[in-house]
Design a binder for this molecule. Sequence first.
Ligand SMILES: *Cc1c(COP(=O)(O)O)cnc(C)c1O
Length: 372
Amino acid sequence: MKPAVFTPQEPIERWVARVVRDDIRRLQPYSVAESSGMIKLDAMENPHELPPALRAQLGEIASAAPLNRYPDPAAVALKAALRAYMQVPDAMEIVLGNGSDEIIQLLALGCARPGGTMLGVEPSFSMYPLIARVCGLQFVGVPLCADFSLDADAMVAAIERHRPALVFLAYPNNPTGNLFDAAAIEHIVRAAPGLVVIDEAYHPFAQVSFMARLQEFPNLVLMRTLSKLGLAGLRLGLLIANPAWTVQFDKLRLPYNVNVLSQAVATRVLQSAHVLAAQAAAIRAERSRLAARLQGMAGVQVYPSQANFLLLRVAAAAATYDSLKASGILVRNLAGGHPALADCLRVTVGTTAENDAFLASLAASLRLSSHA
Ligand SMILES: *Cc1c(COP(=O)(O)O)cnc(C)c1O
């Protein structure tokens, strides 16, 4: 007997439109530029590899890992290693995420009451508004001042008006690279009726933190990640907060969100914290050198950065981006996004050789355009 031919009642596009949420269909997919063979200065990755001896040990750990078993859902060993490494206060608890992107999602999901609001600043990390909307929260972005500092009065006014369930502040901020004034943040924490999340993704390069101050404010929580430190491929981020908060968000976490290999490898790498510390120090030193060289270039404005990237303004960002790309260097073109970032590029601090290649290509591109 021949199987009956299935005849759909409608074209598949119409079917998708009927089933999938309208707002999801309207979303632009998060796009990552193709980078094979390029000098990759677009994603704030650590350009340094781990030492060969440590990599060999990680190979042994991976080969011995029980891949047939589910991971430890409580990740006891990894949490203990993170606690020691990050000096998490004893009174605080940790929730692990598959990157801190997942932590943002847990926070948004857990707080998304109908009509609720997430508040942030603009320009800042693009995941905050994206995740807010997908989780059903309205996103309110308060503009930063012209020098990218916090407008504390505008923030407090917006907090009073919108009563946000969540306020997100990246410290240092991405893509501007600066640290907000701690007193202004404290002011916002005191004014907020909900949670204030300080996202310390760039802590290794700024070396200042609200960690020791978590106990002062019941509504203050922190996010950290191992991504910018040098383990972006493991996907490991964390929420550090009073257990009264973490017990709630931990219920939303999928039980095995941090896999066996990530847990075992991260735990071992954290035992060699000196390696990560030395790499972060090298990146900070390169940041200073790169910033000084860029400051000496006509036609380039460099903003102060406490992160592992620099924000630049040039005369024609799109042309400069294309010209860098043609010479094999990938940076991030921020023009076309927020108006405050017109003609801005963001460049991750690479190795000395990568940064020199970037500087040479940038100089060549600026020379060409000034003769055009
Ligand atoms: C890169 C970045 C993150 C995301 O880090 P993952 O842990 O890799 O998901 C979070 N916040 C800010 C501000 C970032 O720039």
